[in-house]
Each structure stands twice: as structure tokens, then as C-alpha cells.
Write a protein that binds this ligand. Structure first.
Ligand code: IMP
Ligand code: MG
Length: 171
């Protein structure tokens, strides 16, 4: 396993992203983060702890990968958010934007709930793999077309607990 991003490097970037997000919204308005399970849970946990107390959060769960490093291209909603999004500043928090299919799907269904604003924050982006043109306002790191694990990202449900991000060895 080849380490691509060290734990402290990730933390420094998240502090920058949190500061950027804080500065982008009026100080007296709440910001509601919607984390995408399961991959986004670690990024979400660190991002909200780097932000002020005006933050609220919820989770949504989708499935697109079936125990493989190739996307099926199909997105399934497994768990919806628990609260209404109408009139709120919503930010989708995702681990990685790859083909862009998952995020496009999520943006479409959440936009239909009439939030005051809708943005997306992804820790990682693999632009070379994009199949759809999706807008992502906050990107932690842009990476090459390598399958990565750790920091929430899995291979067949393993390695999500690694504190760093590593490149998965070719099988
Ligand atoms: P997309 O729909 O192709 O953009 O894929 C998004 C989802 O695929 C992410 O939320 C991840 O769960 C998963 N994914 C994409 N690339 C990787 C990777 O390199 N490692 C682990 N999961 C990945
Ligand atoms: Mg995922």
C-alpha cells in the first residue's frame, strides 16, 4: 500500500476548507451539512469539528459500487435525510467525486427539496474519470486515476478506518 495523503496533510487541508466555507456564508446564517454514507463519514466528522457552532448535520446513504473497484453506474438511495431541507443552506459532503454520477444524483434529489442554497464538498476528485459534468464548490485534493482507500474510503468495506489515504495495490 502506497500512502498518497498523510493524516496531517488531510487535516491541514480540511482546516482550509472549513475556513473557506465559513467565509462564504453570512455569519448569522446556519449551514446544514449532509454527509454521504458510508465513505463520507470521516471527512464529515473532521470538517464539522473545524467549523463553528452554526453547523448542523445529517446523513444520506447511497450505494453505487458493488464490492469492486469499478462503478456499476447505478445509484441507489438507501437512507434519506431525517429533516427538511427547505430554505436551508445545504452542503453535500462526499468522500470522492469519480464519474460524478453519485453526486449528480444527490444534487438532483436534494435540489428538488428547495434548499436556500446547495453546494458540494468532496475531499477527493478524480477529474479524468468524469462521465458527467458536475459542479463541486469545495475540493480537498485532485488526484490521478488510482483506486484509493482509507479515511472513509473502502475496498470491499475494508480500510475505511485508515487515518491516511493510500493507493490500493493492483490485484
Ligand atoms: P462516482 O459516482 O463514480 O463519482 O463515485 C462516487 C463513489 O464511488 C464515491 O462516493 C466512493 O464511494 C466510490 N469511489 C470512487 N472512487 C473510489 C476510490 O478510488 N476508492 C474508493 N471508493 C471510490
Ligand atoms: Mg461512497
Amino acid at each position: 500500500m502506497n500512502i498518497l495523503l498523510e493524516a496531517d496533510q488531510i487535516q491541514r487541508r480540511i482546516a482550509e476548507l472549513a475556513a473557506e466555507i465559513e467565509a462564504d456564508y453570512p455569519a448569522d446564517e446556519e449551514v446544514h451539512l449532509v454527509g454521504v454514507l458510508k465513505g463520507g463519514f470521516v471527512f464529515m466528522a473532521d470538517l464539522v469539528r473545524a467549523m463553528s457552532t452554526r453547523v448542523t448535520l445529517d446523513f444520506i446513504a447511497v450505494s453505487s459500487y458493488q464490492q469492486s473497484t469499478k462503478s456499476s453506474g447505478e445509484v441507489r438511495l438507501i437512507k434519506d435525510v431525517d429533516t427538511r431541507l427547505e430554505g436551508r443552506h445545504v452542503i453535500i459532503v462526499e468522500d470522492i467525486v469519480d464519474t460524478g454520477l453519485t453526486l449528480t444524483y444527490l444534487q438532483d434529489i436534494l435540489r428538488a427539496r428547495a434548499p436556500k442554497s446547495l453546494r458540494s464538498a468532496c475531499l477527493l476528485s478524480k477529474p479524468s474519470r468524469r462521465l458527467v459534468n458536475v459542479k463541486v464548490e469545495y475540493i480537498g485534493f485532485t488526484i490521478e486515476d488510482k483506486f484509493v482507500i482509507g479515511y472513509g474510503l473502502d475496498f470491499a468495506e475494508k480500510y475505511r478506518n485508515l487515518p491516511h489515504i493510500a493507493v490500493m495495490d493492483e490485484a
